[in-house]
Write a protein that binds this ligand. Sequence first.
Ligand code: IMP
Ligand code: MG
Length: 179
Amino acid sequence: MERDIQEILIDANQLKAKVKELGQRITADYKGKNLLMVCVLKGGITFMADLIREINLPIEIDFMAVSSYGASTHSSGVVRILKDLETGIEGKHVLIVEDIIDTGLTLKYLVENLKARKAASVKICTLLEKPARRRIDINIDYCGFTIPDKFVVGYGLDYNEKYRNLPYIAVLKPEVYSS
Ligand code: IMP
Ligand code: MG
């Protein structure tokens, strides 16, 4: 895998420090509240697994899997739920944990969907965001790193389902995408 890497954008130490900082902020902000952290599969798993261990509160966790229609051609903002939450969220404070916000369409749909279920609040925690490609206005409550408009892999993020297990965020060599 390493030979496919062009550049490491964020290394393991930077990730660890940022996740710790976010965990401390979330701990302070949700003190005394019933927090449900919802990981968006699959990309969010690594971030989620590390983040929950930096939160010193009696949280609950759950998972959702979504796929956006026509992602490769035109992102319509219509999202299909492949796996839904196991429990109701009425009255709970929901924090969505996502790997990356690109156009923002997936997250906008998710936030509206979860708000409609009468959650007490719905906020967003994303490891990465790429503002260059944002298509809609979306309020990001917690963000790890703002990155340039490059396709990245690692720490949960994939290219064709590979590279999720790299312990850092990296850009692949151009020939990897063309082969
Ligand atoms: P969007 O914000 O609706 O455009 O979609 C975000 C989703 O697209 C993320 O959850 C990722 O699954 C995927 N994605 C966007 N940019 C990247 C990237 O640079 N690497 C890997 N996946 C990406
Ligand atoms: Mg994703």
